[in-house]
Design a protein around this ligand. Sequence first.
Ligand code: NAD
Length: 354
Amino acid sequence: MMAFWTEPDFDEHELVQLVHDSASGLTAIIAIHSTHLGPGAGGTRFWHYDKPEGAMRDALRLSRGMSYKNAMAGLPMGGGKAVVLLGPGAEKTPELLAAFGDAVNALGGRYVTAEDVGATEADMVAISKRTPHVCGLPADDGSIGGDPGPFTAMGIYHGIRAAVAHKLGKDSVRGVHVAVQGCGSVGGGVARLLARDGATLTLSDIDAKRAKALATELGSQVVASDRVMGVTCDVFSPNALGAVLDEEGIARLDCQIVAGGANNQLARPEHGAQLAERGILYAPDYVINAGGIINVGLEYLCRQHGSPCDINEVRRRIAQIPERLEAIWRESEATGQSSDVVADAMARRLIGRG
Ligand code: NAD
């Protein structure tokens, strides 16, 4: 593995730790980018990496992303992320999860974990047997936490409404045409909330049955997943993969707004400027998709410090996402910088690196 501080994604991370436990077969990297605002919070990705460099890149890049996301969400939390490197065909065993929980615990609360790709609520429960520094645990009646998807969808719904007001001058999404890429936990939730308000939807998913079932439920159109980016619409909402906004993808867009939940939507930083040049309003991904971390972040803070933790507090904070987007778009228009560049600069100021 290369020295991590020579990686292009290294950004003065406060801690990058390799964890190895031969007995359970655990190999993991825990990266803490910043604890300026509070404990470095961000999920754990369980993934098979062809090369360890890929795991290091993910840990560095995703932990910095969490610093930005948590800061812009107004949470008193820094940014961290862990990746667990699974061998080909390897399983997440109880022993491996316990060893990972011990590694998180050894950091004494500097890192707080949660679900990411490849992790489930049940994994978080297993980890919680070894450390209190975990969130995304099942929500019991009246408590907060659990599956972040519906909360992420709620934030995106608010963000789309804000974008529609800003760009199209409309105070409702009734009749606004939204093309939704990905009908999973987040995309499905966004589609249902928009449909309730009378938006016109075109849905797509590589799982065609899933898209069809949702379209039947909502009375919407379906389009093949390789065509959704070319649909003539008001809003393109990416809720599946990252890096869909590359040169070719941006050239195909026939919309005025891009606003969705997928992480790392811009394939490269310059693609934010390309969207702006085409006159497309872009909602920076880590600002609009913060609803889930707001939910599980407050769950953690509530458990640790007795902070406000009722569901209304979660909803109130998610409802502030539009204000942040507005501030970004206003500064973008005033300075001529694209919205992603403005958001990064705002986030860096908040974490004391501006
Ligand atoms: P999910 O697995 O529930 O849903 C993803 C859906 O996208 C699946 O139905 C899948 O079939 C579909 N899909 C995959 N490739 C596609 C393609 N090329 N075209 C169309 N559809 C495709 O995942 P999710 O939790 O809904 O997350 C979606 C995105 O949002 C991911 O990028 C994730 O990182 C991001 N995100 C999720 C959360 C959360 O709370 N779940 C929070 C922040 C960001």
